[in-house]
Design a protein around this ligand. Structure first.
Ligand code: PA5
Length: 447
């Protein structure tokens, strides 16, 4: 097992009796999820994905990644939300947050279409000057504004740079197997396409082509990633909380929520997990935040944020708890040097590795925050391998399904996301009677 749940710091907050009391609800959530009797049951394809994925497409992903690695210096992954966060999280987690700046034999990887900003787009375009470029546009619906705009720009760049015929070889499309404008365009132009399965929603899709192609381009072993996810799938089949760390995590967060701890802060002491936390926030925020309910998912990178948010966590509003991901192995040890003059008085930590010091920062903080009334649970993670990533992704996806059903929401829809989109279409002048009507109403409120 790559992940172990340590609950010894929770003793003051969650008792064995509380866990026993919630067990029937967890067992019921497990049944609802596994038997597909709950809301959103059409979107459970991720449950068996680690052992039932399209092997032909998987092989094509690896071949495409190989071609991309050979033919470009810059790879642009275009997508937003679930069509963006997982791939970026994986690359930073397994390789490094400094991936693009490190010496490597794989292309630089940039992300576009994950926001709306002129300067960012202009800067990305200038980074492509004089360099060979490939792009992968990723959109399940094929209609999302942000990636559609970015794709328009980068497609034009490639066609201008290489001509239509060569550009086709450098454009990869990941979208629905049959529907949407993007699929139509890909078919018309002859781009190589990969499929976002019908039964897997965006935020559960990192282990499909959505995440796997950019991840493979970064030189990460996607076989090992799927093996990690498959191992997690096999590990968490028994709903008994005393034997299932994944379900225990889901149970504990529901118990804490019911006790008024309505915000969960995902804590890492490793900057390589900062984007993983962003992925986790989307997974839990979109899955649980609905019907006037849901834990608010937040994240911090310590020790950095101990010097910004640490004060609030220690003494602010007592509606928070923390889940710490403690990465146990130190892949690249750095020993703190001795200074003969000891001018800074720091020789007492000379000879220790940064990892040891960081571990002590973790212990110190867990004890201090617990004293401050903040429940802490710890997920001990073996390391930052592709296998560990796959394992941890599956752990959180499964826990999210169980937690969402325990909370009483549909963990697989996101109806609230449409609100801003519809207003934006209206304000930007999208044609159609419905948009025009909304435009008039919105303008009366703005002016
Ligand atoms: O999880 C989700 O469903 C969303 O975050 C989507 O991934 C996001 O809105 C992008 O959608 P699409 O892939 O259709 O462009």
């Amino acid at each position: 097992m790559s992940v172990r749940l340590e609950t010894k710091y929770l003793n003051k907050f969650v008792s064995p009796e509380m866990l026993a009391a919630i067990q029937p609800q967890i067992t019921a959530a497990d049944r609802t999820l596994r038997e597909g009797t709950g809301a959103g049951s059409d979107f459970r394809g991720w449950i068996d994905l680690p052992v039932q994925y399209d092997k032909e497409e998987f092989a094509r992903i690896k071949m495409a990644a190989e071609r991309i690695r050979k033919s470009c210096d810059v790879f642009i992954a275009i997508g937003i939300g679930g069509s963006y966060l997982g791939a970026r999280a994986a690359i930073e987690f397994v390789r490094s947050p400094l991936y693009n700046s490190l010496k490597k034999d794989t292309p630089d990887i940039y992300f576009a279409g994950n926001g709306i900003n002129s300067a960012y787009l202009n800067e990305l375009l200038s980074l492509c000057e004089g360099r060979d470029v490939c792009i992968n546009v990723i959109s399940k619906s094929g209609t999302t504004t942000e990636p559609a705009v970015a794709f328009r720009v980068f497609r034009a760049l490639l066609e201008q740079k290489y001509g239509e015929e060569e550009a086709v070889k450098r454009i990869f499309v990941t979208t629905d197997k049959a529907r949407g404008k993007l699929k139509e365009l890909a078919d018309e132009k002859g781009y190589e396409t990969f499929v976002v399965p019908d039964d897997i929603g965006g935020r559960y899709s990192v282990l499909t082509a959505v995440g796997l192609l950019p991840i493979a381009v970064a030189g990460i072993d996607i076989d090992a990633m799927m093996e990690g996810a498959a191992a997690a799938r096999a590990a968490y089949t028994d709903p008994d909380l005393s034997r299932n760390d994944c379900y225990r995590y889901a149970a504990i967060r529901n118990l804490l929520y019911r006790g008024g701890k309505t915000s969960e802060i995902m804590v890492t002491y490793d900057p390589a997990l900062a984007l993983f936390n962003e992925w986790w926030k989307q997974l839990y925020g979109e899955s649980e935040g609905k019907d006037g309910k849901g834990l608010f998912p937040a994240s911090v990178v310590f020790s950095t944020d101990l010097h910004s948010l640490g004060q609030y966590i220690q003494q602010g509003l007592r509606n928070i708890f923390e889940t710490v991901i403690d990465v146990r192995s130190d892949a690249s040890p750095f020993v703190i040097p001795e200074d003969p003059a000891n001018i800074d008085g720091m020789n007492y930590i000379a000879g220790k590795t940064m990892h040891e010091v960081n571990y002590n920062a973790f212990l110190a903080t867990v004890l201090s925050h617990t004293d401050g009334g903040v429940p802490n649970m710890v997920l001990e993670l073996d390391g930052r391998s592709a296998y560990d990533f796959g394992y941890l992704v599956y752990f959180f996806e499964l826990a999210c399904g169980i937690s969402g059903y325990t909370l009483g929401v549909n963990p697989f829809d996101q109806p609230g996301v449409e609100g801003y989109k519809n207003n934006m279409y209206a304000l930007l002048g999208k044609p159609g009677a419905e948009h025009e009507k909304r435009r008039a109403e919105l303008k009366s409120r703005i002016n």
